[in-house]
Design a protein around this ligand. Structure first.
Ligand code: SAH
Length: 301
């Protein structure tokens, strides 16, 4: 779609241009950029956020998949010494290896981006890594504009409806802060859903999983059927009575559901269960894969 003087937008690339100055202010403020920062931006689009960040930082590297937009970006920012544009799919690119001799762009310490919402989950996973394979060089901070519904799941506290597998997976790797809501009307064209700015600060939880792979699989299983008690979701790996005993020992209500227990309690549960179920084979073997419904991020734009 293209009106007079407008940039064409590709729906397949989840292109929605941010036009709200106050949303931009909030993103930039949350990123706390300084002249020491080497920032990574994913999906610069027409460069509205790029324009804001560039004067504040030592180096900015932006990854954009759309060739036509890349041409525009090069036209506007190509001569700026602290700007580097990579054309390609962020999910496919090994950014670091592309940098070769561009030393001053290496080792980015922050991410600031209004990302394409159809790949929010994979982008966050690439930035943070997974429970079993955390990013070995974690960023100092990651400020993202994402779907509000996903933001709420990422920052959720136990006990609420939004707490789920995604919450545990992300909060295991990062402290998550909800910065502000950004209404759909702040974009052109307006997406179907509201958005939110979140800040993720990668960190190691004090309580670590003895076997991160086990925790990862346990979390999947624990949320496999929504709003079911843990003792039902986990019955393929442990007898109800045995689980009740473990839950009581961990001061968890035996009737708790996956969303009722904190990330730390998930870790404790994983460590205990791993110990107790050792003799019954591995979790993966006991896991009935068909029962898993990946309640991951839907494409809701
Ligand atoms: N940051 C801009 C644009 C956001 S829209 C703004 O705030 O206005 C999302 C942007 O991500 C688009 O420019 C789109 O072309 C780009 N994009 C989509 N998929 C991508 C991918 N896999 N890798 C890199 N960029 C991508």
């Amino acid at each position: 779609m293209k009106g007079k003087g407008e940039v064409r937008t590709r729906r397949s690339l989840a292109q929605h241009w941010l036009k709200s100055e106050s949303a931009l202010d909030n993103i930039v403020r949350a990123a706390e950029c300084s002249k020491e920062d080497r920032v990574l931006e994913i999906g610069p689009g027409t460069g509205i956020l790029t324009r804001r960040i560039l004067p504040l930082v030592q180096a900015l590297i932006s990854v954009e998949i759309d060739r036509d937009l890349c041409k525009m970006l090069v036209k506007e920012f190509g001569k700026r010494e602290n700007f580097l544009l990579l054309q390609g799919d962020f999910l496919e690119l090994d950014v670091e290896s592309q940098l070769g001799s561009f030393e001053k762009f290496q080792n980015q310490n922050k991410v600031v981006a209004n990302i394409p919402y159809n790949i929010t989950g994979p982008i966050i996973e690439k930035l943070l890594g997974t429970i079993a394979n955390p990013n070995v060089r974690p960023y100092e901070s990651i400020v993202l504009l994402i779907q509000k519904e996903v933001a709420e799941r990422i920052v959720a506290k136990p006990g609420g409806r939004t707490f789920g597998a995604l919450t545990v997976r992300v909060q295991y790797l990062a402290e998550c802060q909800y910065i502000c809501t950004v209404p759909a009307s702040a974009f052109h064209p307006a997406p179907k859903v509201d958005s939110a700015v979140v800040r993720l600060i990668p960190r190691q939880l004090e309580k670590q999983a003895h076997d991160p792979k086990y925790l990862e699989t346990l979390v999947k299983l624990g949320f496999s059927a929504k709003r079911k008690m843990l003792r039902n979701n986990l019955q393929s790996i442990i007898e109800r009575d045995d689980l009740t005993a473990i839950l009581e020992q961990l001061n968890i209500n035996p009737q708790a559901r996956g969303e009722d227990i904190s990330v730390e309690q998930w870790v404790e549960l994983s460590n205990e269960l791993k110990e107790k179920t050792k003799q019954h084979g591995t979790l993966e073997e006991n896991l009935d894969v068909d029962t898993i419904n990946e309640n991951d991020i839907e494409n809701d734009i």
